[in-house]
Design a protein around this ligand. Structure first.
Ligand SMILES: Nc1ncnc2c1ncn2[C@@H]1O[C@H](COP(=O)(O)OP(=O)(O)O)[C@@H](O)[C@H]1O
Ligand SMILES: O=C(OP(=O)(O)O)[C@H](O)COP(=O)(O)O
Length: 404
């Protein structure tokens, strides 16, 4: 890896700013954090920096959303999970934050306020521009070095991600290092055959991933499920019915049908599309072949035969990259396809998972330990798999060039 890590950062003392991604689902009325996976995943980095004055930075949600909130509950959650006191300050770089940081001792942990409360953090900027923001200048003035562990935000060109590394020596935290190493292994040295299973609703990203991994010989085959499969069925000329077509229009993914058609033409043997689907008809699950989908019934899962056929192809793989559920698994009647695919993926030698919903499906089956790597990133993971260099990684490389 071209980026520095905590291991080669040398001194483990001084004031360290640690960027994490504690952005988590929150109950808007009780402020209760509903899932603490991201907290648990960042703990090794927090503990590795126990001899420093540790200033933790994160965002929570985005301005305008219901779960855009202060970080008091996040500080409490970190305190409980780390078993160490965490001081929360409702300030980012004003007098309260500066005073608290000035008074820190070795081993102290301070959590600053939601970075996105500062308008500049919500801008998408090039690293050089981000470096000039007041936010970056102020934070840099309080830090001896910076650790970026926020893999889940690595695809955002925001000041704390791409600007701060140009202003302070920056290295990757342990989670960032593990994410990059595990996901990179998909591109080099993954046991073959390599199967990508792309489902869920992020059709544009999934088509881009399929293009990248098929054209570069990274994947031997791509299995499509979920809404992604519906696009490929349209590309094959099938009528997927009004409700599913409307969903694709709503999501503004009609343009993806032509891209899917090109992929099918270029890789006819490598893209596996379901032949049977499950729909909701008269409030019940019914199964149909893809050339007989009823006009008014939404396609919500793989048909049982197709789930079994695709699962068998997954099981014979050396590597599986799983991103996005195969259907509306939140409803019991439409969960079978997702569960069968997840179970099959859990049996292979090297298995990598991206996406929050996919991780939830795995948790429901209690199969977390059966996977090699479950990424904390949704968008970041899938963007990494499209083959693009993530802005956070590029910024850490630049930091290494600047500060050594
Ligand atoms: N055929 C389908 N029709 C409607 N929704 C679907 C279908 N297949 C999957 N979904 C929905 O996709 C959502 C997850 O998609 P996505 O956000 O892309 O996954 P992830 O968070 O794992 O990346 C789930 O809420 C699931 O119910
Ligand atoms: O949860 C996140 O992204 P994800 O839902 O794609 O995993 C990250 O915290 C990034 O958040 P953002 O998409 O508001 O920039």
């Amino acid at each position: 890896m071209e980026i520095g890590t905590i291991g080669d950062a040398g001194s483990r003392s001084g004031t360290v700013m640690l960027r994490v991604d504690f952005n988590s689902p929150i109950d808007p009325s009780s402020q209760f954090i509903l899932d603490d996976k991201r907290f648990r995943e960042h703990l090794p980095t927090v503990q590795a920096l126990e001899d420093t004055k540790l200033v933790v930075l994160t965002h929570q949600s985005r301005p305008g959303k219901k779960d855009f909130t202060t970080l008091e509950a996040h500080a409490e959650k970190l305190e409980r999970l780390a078993g160490r006191a965490v001081t929360y300050v409702d300030d980012i770089f004003g007098p309260a934050a500066r005073e608290t940081i000035r008074n820190m001792k070795r081993g102290d942990i301070v959590m600053l306020e939601n970075l996105r409360f500062n308008a500049e953090e919500n801008l998408t900027l090039k690293p050089e521009e981000a470096k000039k923001t007041i936010l970056v200048r102020k934070l840099a003035g309080m830090a001896d070095w910076y650790v970026n562990d926020a893999f889940g935000t690595a695809h955002r060109s925001q000041p704390s991600i791409v600007g701060l590394p140009l202003a302070v020596k920056t290295v990757a935290g342990l989670l960032m290092e593990r994410e990059v190493a595990s996901l990179s292994r998909v591109f080099t040295g993954a046991p073959r055959p390599v199967t990508f299973v792309l489902g869920g609703t992020k059709v544009d990203d999934s088509v881009a991933v399929a293009e990248n991994v098929l054209s570069n010989g990274i994947a031997d085959r791509v299995v499509v499920t979920g809404v992604v499969a519906n696009i490929f069925l349209m590309a094959q000329g099938y009528d997927i019915g009004r409700p599913s077509t409307q969903l694709i229009e709503q999501l503004k993914y009609c343009g993806e049908v032509a891209r899917a058609r090109q992929l099918l033409a270029a890789y006819p043997e490598s893209i596996l599309v379901p032949e049977m689907v499950a729909v909701r008809e008269n409030d019940a699950r019914e199964e149909y072949p893809v050339d007989a989908i009823p006009a008014d019934a939404p396609v919500l899962d793989l048909g049982a035969d197709s789930a079994a056929t695709l699962a068998a192809r997954i099981r014979e793989s050396g590597t599986v990259v799983l991103n996005g559920p195969a259907g509306l698994f939140e409803e019991e009647a439409f969960a079978a396809g997702t569960f069968e695919i997840v179970r099959a993926a859990s049996t292979v030698e090297f298995s990598v998972v991206g996406g929050g919903h996919t991780a939830v499906a795995i948790e429901k089956l209690d199969l977390e330990n059966a996977f090699t790597h479950i990424s904390t990133g949704g968008g970041a993971c899938i963007e990494f798999l499209t083959g693009k260099k993530l802005p956070a990684i590029r910024a850490m490389e630049m930091s290494r060039e600047i500060f050594g």
